[in-house]
Write a protein that binds this ligand. Sequence first.
Ligand code: GLN
Length: 485
Amino acid sequence: MQIHSLSIHEIHDMLRSRQIGAVETVSAFLERIRAIDPKVNAYLSTMGEQALDEARLFDSGKKDCSASPLAGVPIAIKDVICIQGSLTTCGSRILQGFVAPYSATVIEKLKQAGAIFIGKTNMDEFAMGSSTENSAFMKTRNPWDLDRVPGGSSGGSAAAVAAGLCAGALGTDTGGSIRQPSSFCGVVGIKPTYGRVSRFGLVAFASSLDQIGPITRDVEDAAIMLQAIAGYDPRESTSVDLPVPDYRAALKEPIRGLRLGIPREYFIEGTDPQVEAAVRNAISTCRELGAHIVDISLPHTEYGIAAYYIIAPAEASSNLARYDGVKYGRRDEETRDLIDMYRKSRSQGFGAEVKRRIMLGTYVLSAGYYDAYYRKASQVRTLIRQDFLDAFEKCDAILAPVSPIPAFRIGEKFDDPLQMYLSDVFTLPASLAGIPGISTPCGFTSEKLPIGLQIFGPHFREELILRIAHQFEQAVPFHLQRPEI
Ligand code: GLN
């Protein structure tokens, strides 16, 4: 048995029965990070000493390993979420060396559950991207093929989970950044409903879209982590005060009789035939499990990319105004005057993609263009949301691919932002609609690259999509395969 290849619930069982210790567990992951991470580049920073100190509290009996399924379990955090006293760079030079003065609500909640943080993971700068190549610091590699991207923007978290460099991780998803890297790396990732998880202490990218969610080895682990982080937070005005169901208990119920919708707009030309075949097989598996498969239509799907790439940059241009070298961020010292200081600090601190978004966003919000772009995009967003609401009259949940293509080669799309944006076609609409979506492994290409199945549910029905994903995973356990590195 190798500790680093265990799931959260397996680690929990072994910690509780004292087959392994907490220090032993943390050390196993730290050792694995030392050995493997130079190849994968999943971590921007690690917190080994703190993690070991924390683990000792469990081994000495000061803290109780059976208190929660996350007690004593090593977890990695995307570097856009604040942990008090730790570096939080958002993959950006402008925040290099920034130490968070307080912890995010999700961090406090995980801590309360006994989770041990072992490091901060790499990401596209300010979560803008689909490959993690936009990190200012390094390129993360896909553990299944080191020449390929892990997806993005939570590529470091997905790669860390896939490579056994943590037991589970947090990512964030604004337009697909949990689901797409999870599918590229053969792990499970859930984007909760907008409002389900507090973003207090999350560095904002696009505030009407951002959500935090877990990336894990299997669906049960995703249920465990979501349970710990979900719920109302009076410090976050968009968090919703609704009861949080018992996600883990919900997994057990079979899916017989559920109506699963197949949207025709998600099976389009341009999708890799191996991806389509794997998703079609997954649909057949669900049928064999007793689900009713129904054809549905989400007619405004094709406008998702255009609407998202107006709304997200618009919000980003506003959110990123705070990095001016005064309130936040690194300051260029050799400047003539205030304007020169702003200009130099921002032009040197931000990378190319972030600047592109700030320019796009500023343009679509500017007087004279606002109605033509931002307002129009917001109207389209309403139509996309309505598509899903109409569809959920005909079906309980929706099955679709996560990405039209499997993990692509490092550098392949880097110089072509439009191609990069187009690859988000299947993840953006759910973000615009605010509904939950999960990515779960459903096969491999002939080159042994993972393929993900995406499941959407109505608002606040995470327990339903977790249950479908779990029942599917138990029928065809692709998630048990591990990359060889
Ligand atoms: N790829 C999308 C973008 O670049 C989504 C990113 C995200 O979800 N954070 O904006």
